[in-house]
Structures are given as structure tokens and as C-alpha cells.
Design a protein around this ligand. Structure first.
Ligand code: ZN
Length: 257
């Protein structure tokens, strides 16, 4: 039993064969999938998808790269409403992204939007799915300032071992996906991290694992097996052990009913 804890199946790249993709995911043993949304335009579609597919759950949030186009007050009121849906298991993805050198004002708005959504997650008692790119210091400071044992995952973790340990100390899990199959730095870090602190994910249609790169550019949930295989290799343990422990981590974090 495997859970893909992070995918974007509503991406238009899946418009032609979404049902087949879900079927292929089942065939490799994935019995739950989490559709992670990045802005309000996807929230209603995500509910429709989750209502149709019993094994798909949803996370609602506004991604830091989308915040310039939003009306925060309006969208956060809507977020509170949709997040009460019975298949909403988290708030996300939310966070900070400094990859494209945002201006001071943009950074301020990212932080404001992130903190607002952390507050919403807290008030609804939901874990958070965090996106953090080149912003680990600010991310850690915000989470520390919150001074609480917040539950969540740092999705697609790409920081240093020291940051990894700090986030784990705060109660966060680390999301591991395709880059673990070719990024030596991440492999070294994961070799130092206990399996109890790891979630597996695909971030489909992005971040395709190395072995599928020649066949296609589009990642999909069933390729999560390559991520699990790689972690098993790094940790010198079995595929089944990695899927068992990471699934149990996901079940606990997201409190699946
Ligand atoms: Zn994502």
C-alpha cells in the first residue's frame, strides 16, 4: 500500500487520459492520492475530482508564486469554506519561493499570504503542505516564531542536512520525490534521515524520476515506485519496508478517515 502524497492531476497535461493514469496508479499499489492545489481556480475542480474518485483526497492552498494575482481576503475566506470539505486533508501548497529573485514587496506579500494560511490551517486543525524554494532561512524563522509544534510536510525538500534536522525537530516530515533518483546531495541527506520522518510523493506532472526521463517528460503517480526503490537502496532496506513506513507516516499526518 502506497500513498502519493503530492500530485497535480488537474494539470492540463492529464486532460487526455486522467482516468487511465489513476488506474495505472492503482496497479502499482497506490491506494490513496493527494491532489494538491496551487490557487483558487482549481479548488472547485479538485472537489469534483475527489467526489468522483474515492481514493483521491485534496489539499487546498495558494502557492507562493501565484500570490501576486490574488485578493488575499477574498481567497482566504473561500479557502476556509472549501477546506471544510470532508476529503480535504491539508492546507497547501503554501510557502515561500525565492527562485526568481522576488522584489522586497513580493517577498513581503509571500510571507503575509503564507502566515495567513498557516493561521487558517491552525484554526481548522489541518496539517500543512509546504513549498519552500531557496527560502529555508525565512521559512524556518516564520515556523519558529510561530513557536508551536506544527504538523506538516516540507514537500520536495531541497535544503541542507542542517535545515532537514531543524524542520524535523519542529515536527515536520520531509517530502521525497523524483530528484532523489539522480541528485547526489539529496541522496546523502536522506541517508542521514530516519524513515519515520519521510513521505513519498511524485509532484506529477513534474519531477520525473531518472529512469523514465527518456520515455516521457510527464511524471505520473505510478512512477512513485522509482522513488521508493531509490530510498530503499540508500537506506539499505527493502522496497516493502520503505512503502510500509512512509505510508504509515502519511496516514498519521493526514489523519485519513
Ligand atoms: Zn507541487
Amino acid at each position: 500500500m502506497i500513498i502519493d502524497t503530492h500530485m497535480h492531476l488537474l494539470d492540463s497535461q492529464f486532460d487526455i487520459d486522467r482516468t487511465t493514469v489513476i488506474e495505472r496508479a492503482k496497479q502499482v499499489g497506490i491506494n490513496k492520492l493527494i491532489e494538491v492545489t496551487c490557487d483558487a481556480t482549481y479548488w472547485q475542480q479538485a472537489i469534483t475530482l475527489a467526489n468522483k474518485e474515492h481514493n483521491i483526497f485534496v489539499s487546498f492552498g495558494i502557492h507562493p508564486i501565484n500570490i501576486l494575482s490574488i485578493k488575499l481576503l477574498n481567497d482566504s475566506n473561500q479557502l476556509i469554506k472549501v477546506a471544510k470539505h470532508k476529503k480535504c486533508i491539508a492546507i497547501g501548497e503554501i510557502g515561500l519561493d525565492y527562485h526568481n529573485n522576488p522584489t522586497y514587496n513580493e517577498v513581503t506579500k509571500q510571507k503575509e499570504c503564507f502566515i495567513k494560511q498557516l493561521d487558517i490551517a491552525l484554526s481548522l486543525d489541518k496539517p500543512v503542505i509546504i513549498h519552500c524554494r531557496k527560502a529555508y532561512e525565512d521559512m524556518l524563522n516564520i515556523l519558529l516564531k510561530y513557536n508551536l509544534y506544527f504538523k506538516g510536510v516540507i514537500h520536495c525538500f531541497s535544503g541542507t542536512l542542517q535545515y532537514a534536522q531543524e524542520f524535523i525537530r519542529l515536527g515536520f516530515l520531509l517530502g521525497v520525490d523524483g530528484p532523489i533518483t539522480y541528485d547526489v546531495t539529496r541522496q546523502k541527506i536522506i541517508s542521514q534521515i530516519n524513515l519515520n520522518n519521510i513521505l513519498v510523493e511524485t509532484d506529477s506532472p513534474y519531477l520525473i524520476p531518472y529512469k523514465y526521463k527518456n520515455n516521457t517528460k510527464r511524471n505520473e503517480p505510478c512512477y512513485i515506485t522509482a522513488v521508493i526503490e531509490q530510498i530503499a537502496k540508500i537506506k539499505n532496506t527493502s522496497y516493502n519496508m520503505v512503502s510500509k513506513i512512509t505510508t504509515s507516516n502519511a496516514l498519521k499526518l493526514f489523519k485519513f478517515k
